[in-house]
Design a protein around this ligand. Structure first.
Ligand code: NDP
Length: 328
């Protein structure tokens, strides 16, 4: 029997259990490429999965971990050969298909992205699903025609993974960035990433008016619920907000006033099933535009053994920026 180290989630009487195991290769799911995983990362969804706070896993046993980077070990696909460096985010990996908190993954070649030139596997996971989602949010605003000369951009959930990378990317693109955070102690961290102004997230998190004084032209919202409703209500005419997260809640308790009286646009962002051409374009732009020093400043590296602790921390809002897990 051939095994590899992995975290395994099983259904328990109440919720789930998550523990390190020696996983039997025979239990791997279908796929035409085997990847030796060198690095992974902990995203918010992984935290929900491991703590059982939300029903993320769609089969049991499950190996969590919605993204990973490594090199191809075996391939029956003409697109990849042994030794190729690759990364994967989304496609239900870590949810419906065995995921990245493991030394090995067997996946469909259609899901893999060749590691972009200029990024190491560790840097690719410092970006991970969170940074990829931040990039998709910026691209959504740009596709809608938003430019920095129109006014400032607000980023909510600023000190988290998506928020930190969104700030760095928006600053690089020339925006004046307003960062909304519940962690005032991270003000210097956020300014170093590119935030020009920091506001208290409490200004946005309670029920507000359908329309309020315009404060920004654009936004990347990671938080949802009342925060997104208030962000929309405070967006200037013909502005746009990219919505990618639900850290406060899945609800959107607002009104249509920003849409019909100010022409504000709400742009949805999904990283999981993002089409491959947009996926490749987003990774190429991340490799080109995301400053290596900024990425290093927002990244913490921890060993594989720490992954369960980080998963609990992220759900409790204690993780700053991004955490890379060194699997190898
Ligand atoms: P993190 O935990 O790293 O960051 C989330 C941040 O949101 C926290 O750091 C905190 O920022 C803020 N926050 C947390 N709880 C609340 C609350 N109750 N009210 C207001 N703000 C809160 O997670 P990620 O950055 O990785 O993910 C952020 C969101 O994006 C999640 O909801 C995640 O599910 C979603 N997501 C969506 C994807 C997609 O494809 N659409 C892909 C990846 C993530 P601060 O401390 O600065 O206030």
């Amino acid at each position: 029997m051939s095994t590899f180290r992995a975290i395994r989630i099983d259904k328990a009487e109440k919720g789930v259990t998550a523990a390190f195991v020696d996983f039997d290769e025979a239990e791997l799911m279908d796929g035409d490429v085997d990847v030796a995983i060198t690095h992974t990362t902990v995203n918010y969804k992984d935290g929900l999965n491991i703590t059982g706070k939300a029903p993320i896993a769609r089969r049991f046993p499950m190996i969590p971990g919605i993204d990973f980077a490594g090199f191809v070990e075996r391939s029956t696909s003409p697109a990849f050969k042994p030794g190729d460096k690759v990364l994967l985010t989304g496609y239900g990996v870590g949810e419906g298909h065995l995921g990245g908190f493991a030394q090995k993954a067997r996946v469909k070649s259609d899901w893999l992205v060749p590691l972009p030139q200029g990024l190491s596997p560790a840097e690719a996971m410092a970006i991970g699903t969170a940074g990829f989602t931040a990039m998709l949010s910026v691209l959504a605003l740009e596709r809608f025609g938003m430019t920095p000369d129109m006014g400032p951009v607000v980023v909510t959930g600023a000190a988290g993974g998506v928020g930190s990378i969104a700030i760095a990317l928006l600053k690089k693109a020339g925006w004046r960035v307003i960062a909304s955070t519940g962690r005032p102690q991270e003000a210097d961290y956020l300014r170093n990433l590119g935030a020009d102004e920091i506001i208290d997230r409490a200004e946005l998190s309670s029920p507000g008016k359908p329309l309020a004084k315009p404060r920004w032209a654009a936004g990347v919202d990671i938080v949802g619920s009342h925060t997104l409703a208030n962000v929309l209500a405070q967006t200037q005419t013909h502005g746009a907000i990219a919505a990618c997260g639900n850290a406060q809640g899945l609800d959107l308790p607002g009104s249509v006033a920003p849409f019909i009286l100010r022409g504000v646009a709400l742009l949805g962002v999904d990283s999981v099933l993002c089409p491959m051409p947009l996926r490749l374009a987003a990774w190429a732009r991340l490799a080109r535009d995301l400053d290596h020093a900024s990425l290093a400043a927002l990244t913490t590296h921890v060993p594989f053994e720490s992954v369960l602790d980080v998963a609990h921390d992220i759900v409790e809002g204690k993780v700053r920026g991004r955490v890379v897990i060194d699997v190898a």
